[in-house]
Design a protein around this ligand. Sequence first.
Ligand SMILES: C[S@@+](CC[C@H](N)C(=O)[O-])C[C@H]1O[C@@H](n2cnc3c(N)ncnc32)[C@H](O)[C@@H]1O
Length: 255
Amino acid sequence: MRPLRNLWKSGPPVLRALAAQGIVFIGVVGLAWALAARLPFWTWPLIQGSLAAILAHLWGLNRGWLVFQVLLPLALVWQLGHALPVWIYPIALVGLLLVFGGGLLTRVPLYNSSHAAWRALLELLPAEDGYEMVDLGAGLGGPLSFLARRCPGVRFTGIEASPVLWLLAWLRARSVRANCQMRYGSLWKLPLGDYRVVYAFLSPAPMAELWAKARREMKPGSILISNTFSIPDAAPERDIPLPDRRDARLWVYRL
Ligand SMILES: C[S@@+](CC[C@H](N)C(=O)[O-])C[C@H]1O[C@@H](n2cnc3c(N)ncnc32)[C@H](O)[C@@H]1O
């Protein structure tokens, strides 16, 4: 029973969100059957979304998912009354999966480091040349392209699991190809032993596992910099507030 409960808690939140919609839908269908004539049509998706949001909240989903819960039934009902061409749905689904599909499984969606984070990273890089830095989950490649342009003597590598994002990052890094490569693949398969600086902007979910990997593979004296998400039970050497959001900071851990 316990492994099942752990899977439920640590698995992709989208499963809990959809399960909440499904359970609430059964109740709402019963209610609608009894009361349909007395309530305006638009109240039904609202009731569905609100109850699903409450259930999702009880199951530990965050505010973003609660908004998703409320909007999903409204969007579904809206599209019933608007005849969109049928091909839009599979194309939109494939497009979304290509960009965000990796995030569903890894629980690390795409969001970009700010320019303030890029500048703070530049300050943190060791002054000499000849070492390597990696961005784990390179996204659109913004930080690495910025750093590679300013530090021609350092070799930069980005690794990205989403094919569309990898392609965009690869195109973006065209002008700094001499010292910046974008690799397609999983960060978990990339050995970290060659990198003096490892940068990651992921999510709370993989931080403990990432720290275990860093401790196994990175050399003493090298640094792991995490944007926003700290590592549980590890003491940072520095933490640098960023002006972007209240919780935005760079956490610097020395191996
Ligand atoms: C929050 S974004 C950060 C993007 C970029 N590093 C930046 O700071 O602007 C995290 C990225 O990690 C990618 N990602 C998630 N899991 C991954 C994995 N296991 N291997 C490689 N990339 C992964 C996601 O697709 C996403 O593009």
